[in-house]
Design a protein. Structure first.
Length: 270
């Protein structure tokens, strides 16, 4: 069994620390573009208790500039090597089949694709390996998804879409025990949609795949608290804690140390 599969059997949620290597990343503001500081960031997240490091080289922000395959590889591969050297479980946040392919050569543990492996060749690349994959729900595409998100019932529609995607993955030979699901907070969703998903997070249990939740510093936190990105840390930790208490298995966060502390507290009570 893989290292990640073993960890997923534990009852306690896992903290996934976000390493963004893009200069236009909305919350790290280009702080972690050079290799030395990215390395320091990887190390400090591990020290703070992150069990997975999520490495991304392309911003999904609406209107973000597109990144070439080579550019993304240049950003991501050295960071994968660094995280691997530090014994982390490594996740790569990418939508490009070529990047997935190269990441797999470095034996990453998880491929996290906000586009759910819809790019040409992506599903094929992951199906010919034994890597774990995270499939995320998104309505529309990053550039325009927040213009007018609409659902009759956001919870059942997101669940149905994930169930359909799991079936498509299984058809391509990816067994369900390799799949992690994510409702995709903020990806083609209004605040109201995000809140409904959070309120009914427990109901995702019926899909029977580990649930990943990413709300860290997102607009929804800013809307609820009326705070800028720099001031969304506490709200993000509380939202992640709520998610953990309602079935989330992996918490994708910027504020690793604080989230790990929150998990230690709730674990002590379980
Ligand atoms: C701009 C807009 C920059 C949005 C970054 C983001 C998720 C993810 C992201 C998530 C999974 C962010 C997002 N969000 N992968 N990648 N789930 N699985 O806020 O919610 O970090 S990028």
């Amino acid at each position: 069994m893989s290292k990640l599969a073993k960890l997923l059997q534990r009852p306690e949620p896992l903290v996934m620390g976000i390493l963004n290597t893009t200069p236009d990343s909305f919350s790290d503001g280009g702080q972690f573009v050079d290799k030395a500081s990215a390395e320091a960031r990887v190390k400090s997240m591990i020290e703070a208790g992150a069990e997975i490091i999520d490495i991304g080289g392309e911003s999904t922000r609406p209107g973000a500039t597109e990144v070439s395959v080579q550019q993304e590889l240049d950003r991501v591969l050295p960071m994968i090597e660094c995280a691997k050297q530090n014994d982390a479980i490594v996740s790569v946040d990418t939508s490009k089949a070529e990047v997935m392919q190269e990441a797999l050569k470095l034996e990453v543990d998880l491929i996290n694709d906000v586009r759910s492996f819809t790019a040409p060749g992506a599903l094929k690349v992951v199906s010919s390996s034994d890597v774990h994959i995270c499939i995320m729900h998104m309505q529309g595409e990053p550039r325009t998804m927040q213009q007018n998100p609409q659902y009759d019932n956001v919870v059942t529609e997101v669940q149905e879409a994930l169930i359909k995607r799991i079936a498509e993955c299984e058809e391509k030979g990816i067994s369900k025990n390799r799949i992690i699901i994510d409702p995709g907070f903020g990806f083609g969703k209004t605040l109201e949609h995000n809140c409904q998903l959070m309120k009914q997070l427990e109901s995702f249990r019926i899909i029977d795949c580990p649930l990943l939740v990413g709300v860290s510093r997102k607009t929804m936190i800013g809307q609820i608290l009326d705070k800028d990105i720099a001031e969304r840390g506490l709200g993000s930790v509380v939202a992640a804690t709520y998610a953990a208490l309602n079935g989330a298995k992996i918490l994708r966060v910027h504020d690793v140390e604080e989230t790990v502390q929150a998990m230690r507290i709730i674990n002590a009570f379980q």
